[in-house]
Design a protein around this ligand. Structure first.
Ligand SMILES: [Ca+2]
Ligand SMILES: [Ca+2]
Length: 180
């Protein structure tokens, strides 16, 4: 009994001591995996009491933020920070194989790109193009929330999201991945 307790304590200590694990908040609902990431920002609890992790899972890139209000949402915080890159912006998360709904959140918060055609990029998930020539501003205008939702099947244990540069820099505000 004492030995079992010691092992449990040791495991708990490892979990608490590991920044990589502490940073990731992977929830479950009905047994399914849920990942929520506030790209370019800190951990955030939204209006529906969902916790979004501080940004992780990306390869490279830069952060931009604004304090301006974002229309079309009550969770402005998610959209007031973003990750962007001059190239391909990639995110990868370890998930159980299965089918997922991937919600990608965007807002044009850079005034220099507040015009149609100023920022255009493609979205790939699991190596397949799911949306070509996304132009956030042309769809919702400046400092406004835009949600793009996709269904995807994962069979290699990693979900890959890639934003490919067409005009200016691809970017993203937040990512939500929900197992179906
Ligand atoms: Ca964000
Ligand atoms: Ca994959």
């Amino acid at each position: 009994m004492r030995r079992t307790l010691s092992i449990i304590l040791a495991v708990l200590l490892i979990v608490v001591a590991s920044p990589a694990i502490a940073q990731m908040i992977v929830g479950t609902a009905g047994g399914g995996t849920i990942i929520r990431v506030n790209s370019g920002g800190n951990q955030y609890v939204d209006g529906s009491s969902n916790t979004w992790s501080a940004d992780y899972g990306y390869t490279g890139g830069n952060i931009s933020t604004t304090t301006d209000a974002i229309s079309g949402t009550t969770d402005d915080t998610l959209y007031q920070s973003e990750r962007w890159i001059n190239g391909t912006l990639s995110y990868q998360f370890t998930v159980p194989n299965g089918s997922y709904t991937v919600n990608l959140l965007f807002a044009e918060i850079y005034s220099g790109n507040a015009s149609v055609g100023a920022r255009v990029f493609d979205i790939q998930i699991e190596g397949s193009t799911v949306l070509s020539n996304l132009d956030i501003y042309s769809e919702v205008g400046y400092e406004a929330a835009l949600l793009k939702s996709f269904s995807v099947t994962v069979s290699d244990g990693q979900i890959n999201i890639d934003l490919l540069q067409n005009v200016e820099n691809p970017k993203i505000s937040a990512i939500e991945i929900i197992q179906n």
